[in-house]
Design a protein around this ligand. Sequence first.
Ligand SMILES: [Fe+2]
Ligand SMILES: [Fe+2]
Length: 309
Amino acid sequence: MLSETDILECNGLRRAERPMNFHFQRRLSAWNRERLSPALPSPGWLDGLAEDAEWRELEGQFVEQERRFVSERVATVPRDADAFVAWFEALKGNGPGQNDALFPWLAESAPLESMRWFLQQEVAGEAGFDDLVALSQVKLPKTAKLELARNYWDEMGQGHPGGMHGPMLERLALALNLEQDCDDVVSESLALGNLMIAFAMNRRYAYQSIGALGVIELTAPGRAVHVNRGLKRLGFGGDVRRYFALHSTLDVKHSEAWNREVTRSLVAENPSVAAAIAEGALMRLTAGARCFERYRRELRFDAQLGVCA
Ligand SMILES: [Fe+2]
Ligand SMILES: [Fe+2]
């Protein structure tokens, strides 16, 4: 149950509009963990609904604020399917947070402790791509639904436990001794995970979720290739690096298929969803850009010089 102080703090946050508030993002993240965990019927289920309603409201306000942040750019998005896909694909070069200098540094010269700290943040912000896809595909039109199913099956290692992407990331976390519930996680990483879950768990953001997942497929390979190189330089073997090695190539194919079968087909069928897909993509990239900016600050990384202070 939320204490009065929590509610006041959350209400204060509502007024002050500060979604990067660490306390808020941490509590939202804990509530997400709880609501997504398989559970059993409990006698207190009715009381829990009131708390859920409070959190759902706060979560909605967090998302609405993030929507306002990108509204100017969303207003100019094309609604024709081919023009929209071209606009979407261009985000790889001109989207928020792209080509951040932090990544070549991670590849070429970051010390082990910096790499560990970075990965700790990334793991904390990872909401589970497989579950997000599964939640997002509900009631989608046939062509899009089939592509989400194919993507999900790849996430599931095509039926082989050793090839499942989630456990691959867990193996990396174990090898690098990353903590499960680390106090050292920054609010920007938590906010990124919370945003993805908000999209996937609320059907009114179904198309934002499609845009956000699609833009991850589009932009992840460029970063994964640097992280994989950095881990190799630091002496980690192929099994530990597999999550990043795999995503530096597989997501290129995932992105092509997603843009054709999901993004293009949905916009061709209903041009009014284009703005929502664009919005989700821009909100996800903005959340990522805030993470990179914070990581650079925490690691005392100078983007101009490409070195740590
Ligand atoms: Fe994956
Ligand atoms: Fe993928």
